[in-house]
Design a protein around this ligand. Structure first.
Ligand code: OSB
Ligand code: MG
Length: 372
């Protein structure tokens, strides 16, 4: 039984080691929303993956903060749940705001795992003891800079390289990458930078033997992705378009993609993420875990999720040091020279939250208590 006595929100600010650029813009520093659920003397932690701006999705840090404060926290405060998964229906009345909901639900999973003294990954039903890792490399100032970055990541052992793409930074870039590394597992992510008018252009991607092309078209589209998939050899992977298990079912049945990227925040929490995973397995669609430039808290949750058995492709789950000078968990997340993360079989996430450091990075904090 988990009883929710209080919920704290805080914003921490952390500069990235290197800027990250996608088709919708460049970020140098993160504003990260952390949520703590205070449950019977045990604290559960989660990270809300809403960004600094409403560009990747309509949610951003300010909408998440206010939606949790005014709607989601009141929906669960003072209540008791048999298990964290039961908190999702309590928040159903709020439409959308999945990243905000995920922060609440995932903090309760974290609390449940700590309370029961079991590893979170086992609580989620995971079975994999080691997970394969890939990297997502943003748009750089030059192709030379990108090639250098790829070289570094390959040397570190990563098993799949994904490069960001947009019109003007795509075929020309992929040509150069493939010329240098003809055989690496390579993919690209357009973050919906194209339309069906680009069909002829997108068909050129077929010559690069990519593992997949991620989210080429509109963020909310399935229909045109299905049309596009019929005309491409390369597998389409959907990210933005999959916000629920129902979306995954429609995508599978209409063959809008052959691979799915699961981000626990995008789909609204661990319980929905597991459902997306199961729908994809039923349709023989492999999945992998996406990333949102998380701190160690969100990253540890991504690692736990990645132990479910249909996570058969390398995820965008990589080492702390690729993002941060100093991460807010201990130990930091490390990747083996074989490009894997070894799962820590310890209660909770296996990574300790560095509350002292978090306190120093905090720029604002607010706590809501039951009955207030
Ligand atoms: O589309 O996968 C994406 C980062 C922010 C927003 C969207 C995406 C990304 C990434 C980064 O690709 C993945 C990572 O955390 O390394
Ligand atoms: Mg993506």
């Amino acid at each position: 039984m988990i009883k929710i006595d209080g919920i704290s929100l805080r914003e921490i600010q952390m500069p990235l080691v290197h800027f990250f650029e996608t088709s919708f813009g460049r970020v140098y520093s993160r504003r990260i929303l952390l949520l703590t659920a205070h449950c019977d003397g045990i604290d559960g932690w989660a990270e809300c993956v809403a960004g600094e701006d409403p560009y990747y999705s309509s949610e951003w840090i300010e909408t998440a903060w206010l939606t949790i404060k005014h709607y989601l926290a009141p929906a669960v405060l003072g209540r008791s749940f048999q298990a964290a998964a039961e908190s999702a229906p309590a928040m159903d009345r709020v439409r959308g705001h999945r990243m905000a909901k995920a922060a609440v639900e995932n903090a309760l999973w974290d609390a449940e795992a700590r309370q029961k003294q079991v590893p979170l990954w086992r609580l989620l039903g995971g079975t994999l003891g080691e997970i394969p890792c890939g990297v997502s490399i943003g748009i750089q100032d030059s192709v030379e800079q990108l090639l250098e970055k790829i070289e570094t990541e390959l040397a570190a052992g990563y098993r799949r390289v994904k490069v960001k793409a947009k019109p003007g930074w795509d075929v020309n870039v992929l040509e150069r990458v493939r010329a240098r590394w003809p055989d690496i597992t390579l993919s690209c992510d357009a973050n919906s930078a194209y339309t069906m008018d680009d069909l002829g252009h997108l068909r050129q991607f077929d010559k690069f033997n990519l593992l997949m092309i991620e989210q080429p078209l509109w963020n909310d589209d399935l229909y045109f992705h299905a049309r596009l998939q019929r005309q491409l050899k390369t597998a389409i992977c959907l990210d933005e378009s999959i916000e629920s298990a129902r979306d995954a079912r429609v995508a599978a049945e209409s063959r809008a993609c052959r691979i799915v990227n699961i981000k626990v925040g995008r789909v609204g929490g661990f319980s929905e993420a597991r459902k997306v995973h199961d729908v994809c397995r039923e349709h023989k669609i492999p999945v992998w875990c996406g990333g949102m430039l998380e701190s160690g808290i969100g990253r540890a949750h991504n690692i736990a999720l990645s132990t479910l058995d249909n996570f058969s492709l390398p995820g965008d789950v990589s080492a702390s040091k690729r993002y941060w000078k100093e991460d807010i968990v201990y130990p930091e997340i490390e990747v083996t020279p074989q490009g894997t993360i070894v799962i820590r079989d310890e209660p909770g996430t296996g990574y300790r939250v560095r509350e002292d450091l978090i306190e120093k990075l905090t720029v604002r904090k607010e706590t809501f208590r039951a009955g207030e």
